[in-house]
Design a protein around this ligand. Structure first.
Ligand SMILES: Nc1ncnc2c1ncn2[C@@H]1O[C@H](COP(=O)(O)OP(=O)(O)OP(=O)(O)O)[C@@H](O)[C@H]1O
Ligand SMILES: [Mg+2]
Length: 494
């Protein structure tokens, strides 16, 4: 066995995050770890990666017991971890990051940049990445940074690779490339631990799966011998009969938001879009076709190059996100750590502040504590205490807290970029139900999503965006992924 984790427990103060968890990773296999938000997956991976020690239990690598207190020890023993928050230093070049802490030296003891550059090219080529080793990593896209992390592991001859929700921020094509690379690692006899909430990709990629529930071992299955239903039942402890709420049968209601001939910087456009009071509208399209330009024009009131935005019949002319908030618009950003959360602040404070972290300092906002408590309960946010730091919550529960931020202020329009990124399947169905409730009550919802089944299952209407222009509109529920994809690709080749 490559890696054996036996009877691990971990507590954070009074919170028992893991209890009696065991797992065995074979060489040449991809082993999924599945469980609800807060089940303890990331905590387990951090213990395996040496970020912090377990409270009790043992870890063996190739039969040898190990005791790790620091990530560097695990790395030296051949564990390479691709965390969701990257540890690459943004102001160093790719080559410098790859050789960080083990620089190549000239006979005089200076860093041998030339040789590092050449070596980097060779390693990058091995993971199929065509990158200039001199480029700063901060300028790379998430997918590329991930590949550099993997290259770093390959370079150090890591035998165990740990991935914590690697595809959460990737488009389809980038995800496919990552899967190819993981398969290549498997073929070389590496062991891979793989966390994801996306069941289809687990079935596509993984050989076996360990399920955690409430910090405890809940089951282990060979991927080929299990079904999605069995896995979901094991992780949530009940059968989930319906992921999406029913679509609206009444009409869309009067128009609340209208975008007329809107052109945003860098895209051909134009966008023409109207959203009714009771609608959930989804923006579909290939990666980076201007979807975010549209959501931010509405929330931040960027002066569009041409065209106009009407909100409740009046031109929306606010400057900056504070104006969007004042107008009664809420936005959940796609990158919740960088743009949404105030990580050092408490959960309560994060909900009370009606701002995005990427856009300003957390001003005190007067929201009654009981309103915050009511949203925490309504959304079933799992926490110890509303006063604890939001950084201590699991990814999915952080996402719910961002939703609570807008629910608590009774917004008149809610925009969600990737509403269920990193959210488990049970919590997904809860979020979908709440978005539907909002639309029914007269608060329209605009979402962007990379997941077509989500757009089709949730939205009343799906609007396809290509090069910053609205190029098609499809009814939710009855449309197929193929027709939406065809519109998204348009004349260009796939
Ligand atoms: N540093 C910490 N301090 C206090 N509690 C923590 C800390 N890290 C995690 N926890 C708690 O441990 C539990 C497990 O969290 P963990 O992040 O492992 O969940 P997860 O399975 O990765 O969930 P998700 O799918 O939402 O990412 C949660 O209740 C979380 O709040
Ligand atoms: Mg996690």
């Amino acid at each position: 066995m490559l890696l054996e984790v036996v009877d691990i427990a971990k507590s954070f103060g009074s919170v028992q995050a893991l209890r009696g968890v065991s797992l065995a990773l074979k060489p040449g296999s991809v082993h999924a770890v599945l469980g609800e938000n807060g089940a303890g997956k990331s905590t387990l991976m951090k213990i395996i990666s040496g970020v912090f020690p377990a409270s009790s239990g043992t870890i063996r690598v190739e039969g040898q017991m190990v005791h790790w207190n620091r990530a560097e020890q695990a790395r030296a023993a051949g564990v390479s971890t691709i965390f969701q928050e990257f540890i690459l230093l943004p102001n160093l070049s790719v080559a410098e990051n790859l050789f960080l802490g083990r620089e190549l030296r000239t006979p005089l003891g200076l860093v041998d940049r030339q040789r590092q550059r050449e070596e980097s090219r060779r390693i990058l080529a091995r993971v199929g990445l065509d990158l200039d080793p001199d480029v700063l990593t901060g300028r790379l896209r998430v997918a590329e940074q991930q590949m550099v992390e993997i290259a770093k592991g390959v370079m150090r001859d890591a035998r165990i690779f740990v991935f914590d929700e690697p595809t959460a921020a990737l488009g389809d094509r980038e995800a496919a490339r990552l899967f190819d690379l993981i398969r290549q690692l498997r073929a070389e006899g590496k062991g891979i631990l793989y966390i994801s909430h996306r069941l289809p990709e687990l079935f596509e990629l993984c050989d076996e799966v360990t399920v955690l529930k409430d910090g405890q071992f809940a089951g282990h299955f060979a991927m080929q011998e299990t079904t999605a239903t069995e896995l979901v039942t094991t992780m949530v402890g009940r059968t989930l009969d319906q992921l999406f709420p029913p679509h609206r049968t009444g009409g869309p209601g009067e128009t609340v938001l209208e975008l007329r001939d809107l052109r945003t910087t860098g895209f051909a456009g134009p966008v023409n879009l109207a959203i009714g009071r009771h609608e959930i509208v989804g923006l579909a399209g290939l990666e980076g076709q201007g979807q975010i330009g549209i959501t931010r024009s509405i929330f931040e009131g960027h002066a569009p190059e041409t065209g106009e935005i009407l909100f409740e019949g009046l031109p929306l002319g606010h400057a900056g996100p504070a104006g969007g908030v004042a107008a009664g618009i809420g936005l959940i950003p796609e990158d919740r750590k960088a743009e949404g959360l105030f990580l050092p602040l408490s959960v309560a404070r994060n909900i009370a502040v009606g701002l995005l972290s990427g856009k300003g300092l957390a001003q005190p906002a007067s929201v009654p504590a009981e309103d915050i408590a009511a949203q925490i309960q309504r959304l079933r946010i799992r926490l110890r205490d509303a006063a604890q730091a939001i950084s201590e919550l699991s990814g999915g529960n952080q996402q719910k807290a961002l939703l609570a931020r807008w629910l608590v202020r009774g917004v008149k329009l809610l925009i969600c970029e990737e509403p269920t990124r990193g959210v488990d399947i049970g919590a997904k169905s809860e979020i979908y139900a709440i978005l539907r409730e909002l639309a029914d009550s007269g608060v329209p919802v605009l979402i962007t999503s990379r997941e077509l089944p989500e757009l089709i299952g949730l939205c009343d209407r799906i609007v396809v965006v290509r090069d910053g222009a609205t190029v098609g509109s499809f009814p939710g529920g009855t449309s197929t992924e193929e027709e939406i994809m065809a519109a998204a690709i348009g004349g260009q080749r796939a």
